[in-house]
Design a protein around this ligand. Structure first.
Ligand SMILES: NC(=O)c1ccc[n+]([C@@H]2O[C@H](COP(=O)([O-])OP(=O)(O)OC[C@H]3O[C@@H](n4cnc5c(N)ncnc54)[C@H](O)[C@@H]3O)[C@@H](O)[C@H]2O)c1
Length: 377
């Protein structure tokens, strides 16, 4: 992790050779101010339709308006997971069609992951696809949702079941917007960033450990470094496996149990909290499988705890409800639960080679038992 000052914009190149897309993330204070230059260089004479999260807009409309070229359209959308729907997508599309926006339109998503997933999905299908620029305004959006090209909406049958892969042309992370984020939202982002370093980058993990205090205090320079590092890690994973045939599975570390907890709580448990508890549980599973040393398990749980993230399932939650909810995960294969097994900081279990490489495995019933007991279930 490069320890530069927060006032400098960091550039993270992103690409995936087989499909030949490339993009760039700009991270730092005032990054949104680079939008006019980016449009001039890459999309001259395009019009911008900004799909904007009402919560982010309430706090940062001035910042967005200052960066948009004249003639841009701002489509304000309600925030909240319950609005990440096909109906909401239709509303955005109808408004764009009514205004006769053509293929010379760049769609810009401004908000948390809910709105950027929706905006990206509109961009993927509007007139068979137009360019997309992501401007995440939550930490989770910056370190995770904006990177990788997954877009989509929820249905009554589950989250993110309808969507498309559509890579952003650019990601602009203006770190000045994070000042208004509630602590719980900030922690959501930290949970995902810590998870990525734990599975994929020992050096980044050690840097996060050193900066744990600064991150807990939400210091801008440390936050910007965390974002840059996380985008680089996720970008590398996605660059190697854009369409989820293999390596991208490592991003699900902590999520098999985490999704079960989220579902069993009827989504009242925050995603970041669920992932943190899921990571604690899956570290114990890895230890019980003989893959992870106690010392490394302790490092992961200590880093999560340093950010104020929980390590136990909410009081009153029942093991059998979590088990049932884990079984209905869309990533379970023919009902069989599979886990990313951590083997050390920055290392996970892998099998096979080439395109058949696998990163998620069934585990023994006793390991699963140990993992669930560890989080109080
Ligand atoms: N595409 C992907 O690869 C990917 C990865 C991870 C998560 N996601 C998706 O991301 C979504 C979760 O995203 P999220 O955690 O950002 O939640 P969110 O989009 O619901 O935003 C959380 C809240 O923060 C508010 N907000 C946004 N910016 C703010 C700011 N700067 N200051 C104050 N408040 C602000 C929003 O209005 C909202 O109320 C889920 O739908 C999930 O499926 C997608």
């Amino acid at each position: 992790m490069n320890p530069g000052p927060a006032s400098v914009l960091a550039r993270v190149p992103l690409s995936a050779p087989p499909r030949r897309w490339s993009a760039e993330a700009l991270v730092g204070p005032g990054a949104l101010g680079r939008l006019p230059g980016l449009l001039r260089n890459r999309f001259p004479d395009f019009r911008v339709a900004a799909v904007a999260d009402a919560g982010a807009l309430r706090r940062h409309a001035g910042r967005l308006e200052a960066a948009l070229p004249p003639g841009s359209l701002i489509l304000e959308r309600p925030c909240g997971e319950e609005h990440k729907t096909r109906a909401e997508k239709v509303r955005v599309e109808d408004e764009m069609l009514r205004r006769r926006l053509g293929r010379d339109t760049v769609i810009l998503g401004f908000g948390g992951g809910v709105v950027t997933d929706l905006a990206g999905f509109v961009a993927a299908t509007y007139l068979r696809g137009v360019p997309y620029v992501s401007v995440p305004t939550t930490l989770l959006g910056a370190v995770d949702a904006s990177v990788g090209g997954k877009t989509g909406v929820n249905t009554r049958w589950g989250k993110n079941l309808i969507g498309a892969y559509h890579q952003p042309a650019a990601i602009l992370v203006d770190t000045e917007v994070f000042g208004t984020l509630p602590d719980a939202e900030f922690r959501n982002g930290l949970a995902e960033a810590f998870k990525m370093a734990a599975t994929s980058d020992a050096e980044a993990f050690a840097a996060f450990e050193r900066e744990a205090g600064a991150l807990r205090r939400r210091e801008p320079a440390a936050t910007a470094r965390l974002i840059t590092t996380s985008i680089r890690i996720k970008g590398a994973v996605v660059g190697a496996d854009e369409l989820e045939g293999g390596l991208r599975e490592v991003l699900n570390f902590g999520h098999t149990v985490g999704h079960g907890l989220e579902r069993a709580s009827d989504y009242r448990l925050a995603h970041g909290a669920a992932v943190a508890v899921g990571v604690v549980s899956e570290c114990r599973i890895a230890r019980s499988e003989g893959a992870l040393r106690a010392r490394d398990e302790a490092r992961v749980t200590a880093l999560l705890a340093s950010a104020g993230l929980p390590s136990r399932a909410p009081a009153g939650m029942r093991r059998r409800d979590v088990r049932k909810a884990m079984g209905s995960d869309k990533k379970a294969r023919r009902g069989e639960l599979r886990f990313v097994v951590l083997e050390g900081i920055g290392r996970v279990r892998a099998a096979g080679d080439g395109s058949g490489r696998r990163f998620a495995f069934p585990v023994s019933e006793s390991s699963l038992d140990a993992g669930l007991s560890r989080i109080g279930l």
